[in-house]
Design a protein around this ligand. Structure first.
Ligand code: GTP
Ligand code: MG
Length: 190
């Protein structure tokens, strides 16, 4: 048994799919265009709907967490999750992108997170600079539904099929915020 183990060659299985590596690279490029990341998680399964790659590549970015589909999650657990993320130094908001519940709070939190930075910009004479944000989250977590709600539009395609969003677009949220929506604003959980 031991002998056999020693003889067997070390096999490096390349299980990390090529398209995932490409997506990751493209997201890293897109991140350069934005000031803040809005990471959507499924309120029912916040930890397992979090892609470790997203955590890694957004580590140095400002970020807020949206616990989406909170209409489907246990109300008793919801507040515990908010506290969980706050303890880690992240602002988190419960959102139901179907009804729009939590959207105004999400906007407030984005503006609050960016307040200091915008004040600095204003002091430098850069007045009226917009907050540029980007939504990230695994397929089907509700990114397009969230974007439609927060922008009061129906421009982002919503569907049950993961990977529905195909085109890149800048979307105006209000006089302060604009949002990047790209086909790569998703990353499959691996
Ligand atoms: N109950 C509930 N359903 C939601 C919510 N947000 C999205 N959905 C549903 O979840 C499904 C996926 O929503 P999308 O907005 O298309 O998700 P997505 O993340 O853009 O998906 P891809 O672009 O395919 O990655 C749709 O059936 C939505 O109606 C929510 O807050 N609550
Ligand atoms: Mg989509």
């Amino acid at each position: 048994m031991n002998d056999e183990k020693e003889k067997s060659p070390k096999v490096n299985i390349n299980w990390y799919p090529g398209h995932m590596a490409k997506t990751k690279k493209q997201i890293i490029e897109d991140l350069k265009l934005v000031d803040i990341v809005i990471e959507l998680l499924d309120a029912r399964i916040p930890i397992s709907s979090q892609n470790p790659d997203i955590a890694e590549i957004t580590a140095k970015k400002k970020k807020i967490i949206i616990l989406n589909k909170c209409d489907l999650s246990d109300p008793n657990q919801n507040e515990k999750w908010i506290k969980h993320f706050e303890k880690k130094g992240m602002q988190a908001v419960l959102v139901d992108s179907n009804s729009g519940k939590g959207i105004p709070e999400a906007i407030r939190k984005i503006e609050k997170e960016m307040e200091e930075e915008l004040n600095k910009q204003t002091q430098k004479g850069r007045i009226g600079k917009k907050i540029r944000a980007m939504v990230l989250g695994i397929p089907n977590v509700g990114k397009s539904s969230f974007i439609n709600r927060i922008s009061k539009k129906t421009s982002a395609g919503v569907g049950n099929k993961p990977g529905y969003t195909k085109q890149k677009q800048w979307i105006r949220i209000n006089e302060k915020i604009e949002l990047l929506d790209t086909p790569r604003s998703f990353m499959a959980k691996i």
